[in-house]
Design a protein around this ligand. Structure first.
Ligand SMILES: [Zn+2]
Length: 283
């Protein structure tokens, strides 16, 4: 599932490539994921120009000049492709199977298209008035953004104070506590901070909390620089893979050896998801 770095990559690329463009229409063969309905969606965005984009946790927001916005969640396998006359037939779009599950296409007056490829079809798009974007339940309930300046050691302390008997691995995934981290980056951040995922939060020393906050930011910034991670379905708007997987330490590396100490990396269920860790480097 796309996490903060993947979603931010998409948000930045949409702003860069589509700002100012005027919407011509929308095509969809999976209208049940267009909210509140396909006809209303088309009516609200048609003819309007893109002002810019924003990110809230893993939500993408595209703002238009008619006081409406589109809110998008990519869910498990969704990603956006931006096509124009020059790149429409590029190999990334035509030969990579992951880029061929196009279910929604937003078209622009200049024949550029914003195409939503989504194999599992769980991703959704919703049109709302711009002024209520931050009041939507799934956005209003988000915790502190993992990359924002507000995510500090003192905010982590407050979070832990209310969740003493929970594991740090589970707390990192709670979007209403810390927004933007998923399975990939919690394993990577805990590795960098030398902390085992099932440690109860109340057992973390102040030094460990400091290390964790800086590890979260470090790993997310690095992933952002590398265009995210694509061991699965994620692609950027050019249909290309991110490169974070080349530099990862633990996520998806069970049974391989640790890049720092050579010990075999272990995968273990923690709640609903798998956590990956090095039993030697993490305590
Ligand atoms: Zn190790």
């Amino acid at each position: 599932m796309p996490e903060l770095p993947e979603v931010q990559t998409v948000v930045s690329q949409i702003a860069e490539k589509l700002k100012g463009k005027q919407v011509k229409g929308l095509w969809s063969d999976w209208q049940k994921r267009i909210h509140p309905s396909f006809p209303i969606f088309v009516k609200r965005v048609k003819g309007s120009h893109i002002l810019g984009t924003r990110r809230f946790g893993k939500h993408i927001v595209i703002d238009f000049d008619n006081e409406y916005s589109i809110v998008v969640h990519l869910k498990m396998t969704g990603h956006f492709l931006i096509k124009n006359k020059t790149n429409r037939n590029s190999k990334a779009f035509t030969e990579d199977p992951v880029n061929r599950y196009i279910h929604h296409i937003l078209t622009f007056i200049d024949d550029t298209t914003l195409e939503f490829s989504d194999m599992r079809k769980f991703g959704w798009m919703q049109v709302v008035e711009t002024r209520v974007v931050e009041d939507l339940p799934s956005i209003a309930s988000l915790g502190v953004d993992a990359l924002s300046e507000r995510f500090t050691v003192s905010s982590l302390q407050k979070i832990i104070e209310k969740r003493k008997k929970k594991t740090i691995g589970e707390v990192l995934l709670e979007q209403n506590v810390i927004a933007g981290i998923g399975n990939i980056y919690r394993s990577e951040a805990l590795f960098l901070a030398h902390i085992l995922p099932w440690r109860l939060t109340e057992t973390l020393s102040l030094d460990e909390q400091k290390e964790l906050v800086s590890a979260v930011k470090k790993v997310l910034r690095q992933a952002l620089r590398l265009g995210g991670m694509s061991d699965g379905d994620f692609r950027d708007t050019d249909g290309k893979e991110g490169r974070f997987q080349e530099t990862r330490y633990v996520y998806g590396r069970a049974d391989d050896s640790c890049k720092k100490c050579g010990t075999i990396i272990v995968r273990k269920k923690l709640g609903q998801r798998s956590a990956f860790f090095c039993p030697q480097c993490q305590h």
